[in-house]
Design a protein around this ligand. Structure first.
Ligand SMILES: Nc1ncnc2c1ncn2[C@@H]1O[C@H](COP(=O)(O)OP(=O)(O)OP(=O)(O)O)[C@@H](O)[C@H]1O
Ligand SMILES: [Mg+2]
Length: 302
């Protein structure tokens, strides 16, 4: 496995359930050491893609390669380097937290793994619950147990399918901090989430999937810049008579509000307006968000 080998390549992937095509020829690469967000509305096809990567489902066409290995051809190897947190909570009945982690660690040939298990349990705030049986855990604790389980065998690629669903806000933040820590340790992470504000802070790159198709993929902030408009509010010292401009979205008593495409500089707008600078009190500029970019992609044609 070389340092620049892509941890995950999805090539022309299709997945049908009967006559319904849930994934319609999707291709993208995940780069070494990045946090990659696979985003899309409910039913877009995210879990279907991940299910193929972890060999829970067979592709109808195309391939998923993990560190260069086709998951269908070499599933033992690819599963050993992947940590997978499923979207659905699976109940492990009567085992306690510690037993489950020991079992998974042993399964991947790591029997004397006590230090790592303790570190993971501490880090996921499960240490004091380690003797509890799964049925005694709350929903949020069960989800953290799934994350712990995915990490015991030191995977190089972590797939997190909605890891923070049902987790309260404080724990959500600490989970995302943990994801960043794992990234610093060299783990490559692909995650799905419906919390776009959090994805915007966390993800180096994102792909947006809609109705089984890849609609865009790229650097998170590059995409936001490309797909959204900036809001520019010109605050005035005194009220102006109504003005006309194609980019004006609102005129209030002391404010003019514009939406600017990425290609247009604010200075250009001010020149076009021909305002006397003596009447300008302030300028407020806000960049678009990943949520805006998402709406721009998913809102159309849906
Ligand atoms: N086992 C299955 N049999 C039939 N249809 C399925 C199956 N699994 C998923 N689907 C369908 O495939 C489509 C994509 O589902 P998928 O679970 O991949 O979406 P998702 O992007 O993960 O959505 P969510 O954000 O709700 O988790 C949906 O229309 C879903 O109903
Ligand atoms: Mg899903």
């Amino acid at each position: 496995m070389s340092a620049d080998q892509s941890p995950l390549e999805i090539k022309g992937l299709r997945k049908s359930y009967g006559s319904f095509e849930a994934v319609k020829g999707v291709s993208f690469d995940v780069r070494p050491g990045e946090i990659f967000g696979l985003l899309g509305p409910n039913g877009a096809g995210k879990t279907s893609i991940i299910s193929v990567v972890v060999t829970l489902e067979r592709p109808s066409a195309g391939q998923a390669l993990v560190f260069g290995q086709d998951v269908q051809v070499n599933p033992r190897y690819t599963k050993s380097v992947i940590g997978y947190v499923p979207q659905e909570i699976i109940n492990h009945g009567f085992f306690n937290v510690e037993e489950i982690l020991s079992f998974y660690s042993g399964y991947f040939g790591k029997r004397k793994n006590q230090d790592r298990m303790e570190w993971i349990l501490q880090r996921l705030q499960l240490w004091e619950h380690r003797k509890k049986k799964v049925k005694q855990l709350s929903g949020g604790m069960k989800r953290r147990l799934l994350i712990a389980k995915a990490l015991v065998h030191e995977p190089k690629l972590l797939l997190l399918d909605e890891p923070t669903a049902g987790v309260d806000i404080e724990l959500r933040c600490s989970l995302w901090d943990f994801v960043v820590e794992l990234k610093k340790m060299g783990v490559t992470i692909l995650l799905t989430t419906h919390y776009l504000e959090e994805a915007e802070k966390l993800c180096d790159r994102v792909a947006i999937i809609h109705q089984g198709e890849l609609r865009c993929v790229g650097e998170t902030h590059g995409l936001i810049h490309e797909l959204t408009q900036r809001q520019v509010v010109v605050v005035l010292k005194s009220e102006l008579k109504p003005i006309r401009h194609p980019l004006l979205v609102a005129q209030r008593e002391h404010e003019l509000e514009f939406r600017l495409p990425a290609s247009m500089a604010v200075g250009e707008l001010l020149l076009e307006l021909g305002l006397d600078m003596a009447v300008v009190q302030d300028l407020r500029i806000s960049e678009g968000s990943l949520e805006d970019a998402f709406q721009c992609i998913v809102g159309e044609k849906s």
